[in-house]
Design a protein around this ligand. Structure first.
Ligand SMILES: [Zn+2]
Length: 485
């Protein structure tokens, strides 16, 4: 029986966000210690659910440390990075003999001090584990890969799809790979090659990756991945890459990276997304039968936006839409105001538009308080299935013919349970306007008759060319013309 140390420390850091990520940001989202990791994630469809299933089946011992995750926002304070890093290192030192480590990371963590939070964590961990202990890392599709991450890990296993519906499968893949390494069956050898590309908010079941991803299979390779990078980080290491892992064959790993790098570069102009004008999306919805989902992708808390932008609400009111639901507006003050007044009352609100100068004006209205809830729901859709979400104190407000869900914690609505748990049946409405870029598609596509992604002014505009980058490497597509090396 092997002893497997498990830890997770995740963040997708957006340098355009004015809000630093603190220990409190983690506590508001998820900090599971020791046994709580098993209690919270056994039976769920994330990477930890995958690890747990593999080691339960193999009969190996899980030594759980910490799993900490915060909603995307600005880079971590030094204090918050050190706090969780120290827990992992101290737990490892106190764990006794350990045969291998599984780390659930993201790949886009920034701190006040480094552009490569994961590389720094691995470097600090290697100080205590030494260079030879197997460390398998699972990552998000939106990881900015660095030399340190590749060299200091035994293997990086990255989510392949967007929406990331395969976290569980990648957790299983990573954990099974660790067991193969421990039994001496394989010696993972990695290479990666950067691609001068800002990957757009484009789902992988359409566009160029729908063709490329099924090709990323090679019988001599352990894993070949297209890794998108996280493009709302204005840093020198931002960008996409191909990563390849072979069994002790460095040359082959390099050749695979080159092969698929060439493929992306040969089709580079396909890596650009068509966006719908908000007015056109709303008009089409009003003139069509059935349910239309409109994603205000520029205010997606899942990319680091604050989620309090109001332009989509102003547009719905201006166009006199009478049957729309907006989920959500992050405004803890208004949620509290509704709670204090209580369901059935009418309150004067100044809603949203408070986090900066690019999120629209607050909505001034006399709003009817339809409901106030605890904001807790469990995801039933394919992404993060069975995981419980916490929107915090949540108010359902009605004004000008539209219904708005006002939340205390920032998060994108992964699933229509975010509405049903607040007493709103999505199929009873004509338009659902939600704050998400791509992940919403995993669950919402089965009930929507049509879906539009729209771009509004915000710090996380999904039109790359509207983002005010200063530090990213050039040349890079779509800003520059790029050619193969
Ligand atoms: Zn992602």
């Amino acid at each position: 029986m092997k002893r497997i140390f498990i830890a997770g420390f995740q963040h997708e850091s957006n340098t355009f966000s004015p809000y630093p990520t603190t220990i409190k940001s983690y506590e508001a989202y998820e900090v599971a210690r020791g046994r709580e990791i098993i209690d919270h994630y056994e039976g769920t469809r994330n990477e930890l659910g995958g690890y747990i299933d593999v080691f339960r089946n193999s009969g190996d011992e899980i030594v759980p440390s910490v799993f900490a995750k915060a909603c995307p926002a600005g880079p971590l304070t030094k204090e918050s990075f050190d706090y969780f890093k120290d827990i992992i290192i101290t737990d490892y030192k106190n764990a006794g003999h350990i045969d291998g480590i599984m780390l659930a990371l993201h790949g886009a963590m920034l701190t006040e001090e480094t552009e490569d939070g994961e590389g720094l964590l691995l470097r600090e961990l290697r100080r205590v584990t030494g260079p030879d202990l197997p460390i398998v890392v699972t990552l998000d599709f939106h990881a900015n890969i660095t030399e340190d991450m590749v060299e200091l890990s035994t293997a990086l296993i990255t989510s392949r799809y967007y929406p990331h519906t395969d976290f569980y499968e990648r957790g299983v893949e990573g954990a099974e790979l660790l067991l193969s390494v421990l039994s001496g069956k394989v010696r993972p050898t990695a290479a990666f090659k950067r691609i001068p590309l800002i990957y757009p908010h484009m789902p992988t079941d359409e566009g160029p990756l729908a063709r490329l991803i099924p090709m990323l299979i090679d019988e001599d390779a352990i894993n070949v991945s297209f890794i998108a990078g996280f493009a709302r980080a204005d840093i020198t290491i931002m960008g996409s890459c191909i990563y390849a892992l072979t069994d002790n064959d460095r040359e082959k790993a390099g050749a695979l990276c080159r092969k698929y790098y060439d493929d992306v570069m040969d089709h580079i102009t396909e890596y650009r997304m068509q966006l719908t004008d908000p007015e056109e999306a709303i008009r089409t919805a009003m003139e069509s039968e059935g349910l239309t989902v409109i994603a205000d992708a520029s205010d997606n808390p899942g990319s680091g936006a604050m989620g309090d932008a109001t332009d989509i609400i102003h547009e719905l009111i201006r166009m006199k839409v009478k049957d729309a639901v907006v989920i959500s507006v992050w405004d803890p003050e208004v949620a509290k105001q509704a709670f204090e007044a209580g369901p059935g009352s009418t309150i004067g609100i100044s809603l949203g538009g408070k986090s900066g100068n690019m999120v629209g004006k607050p909505v001034m209205a006399e709003a009817y308080v339809k409901a106030v809830t605890d904001g807790v729901y469990t995801i039933k859709g394919p992404m993060f299935k069975n995981i419980t979400m916490h929107m915090g104190l949540t108010a359902v407000l009605c004004f000008s013919g539209i219904t708005v869900v006002v939340v205390t914690n920032r998060e994108q609505p992964f699933d229509e349970e975010a509405l049903r748990s607040n007493g709103i049946e999505p199929l009873d409405h004509k338009i659902i306007a939600l704050k998400s870029a791509v992940h919403y598609r995993a669950a919402w596509k089965k009930i929507a008759d049509r879906m539009f992604t729209v771009d509004m002014p915000n710090i996380t505009s999904i039109d790359e060319l509207k983002v005010n980058f200063k530090k990213i490497p050039h040349p890079i597509y779509p800003f520059d013309e790029v050619t193969k090396e």
